[in-house]
Design a protein around this ligand. Structure first.
Ligand SMILES: [Zn+2]
Length: 142
């Protein structure tokens, strides 16, 4: 499946992990960056795909997930940061990436992956000063 990049976004090498998603234009705080597109799958299927080395799946609702590795628009390259500049919101059954703050061209787009299916022990390399060390919040001892 051919992927087309969303307007205002590009994919490039990331200092955080592998490839990342970067802004090519200015995005204002609370404005839509792009829809998180991809194949719409059930959460059961998402769990079956979760063993992949690099996970490009994001939860949509209680029953469905989006697998951005199939038909994604670049948003599936968004890396995790413990101090993200974006957040995800489900609007009318679509998963939308919104800006947490003003974002300048060239900045890497980041999300807090708390609710993803990454295991608690997956190490975070986001380099934020308050990095919690793991991509998901650890449930142990919380
Ligand atoms: Zn971190």
């Amino acid at each position: 499946m051919k992927s087309t990049l969303a307007a205002g976004l590009t994919v490039a090498e990331s200092a955080i992990h592998g490839k990342g998603c970067f802004a090519t234009v200015r995005f204002r705080r609370r404005k839509k960056i792009a829809e998180y597109t991809g194949e719409r799958i059930t959460n059961a299927e998402a769990a079956r795909r979760a063993h992949r080395r690099v996970l490009r799946i994001s939860g949509l609702d209680q029953r469905h997930s989006i697998d951005g590795s199939r038909g994604g628009n670049g948003t599936h390259y968004i890396n995790h940061s413990c101090r993200p500049n974006c957040y995800l919101q489900t609007i009318s059954g679509r998963l939308i990436v919104l800006a947490l703050r003003d974002i300048r061209p060239g900045e890497e787009i980041t999300l807090d992956y708390v609710s993803s299916m990454h295991s608690d022990r997956k190490r975070c390399t986001c380099k934020a000063s308050d990095c919690r060390g793991t991509i998901n919040k650890t449930t142990a001892g919380a």
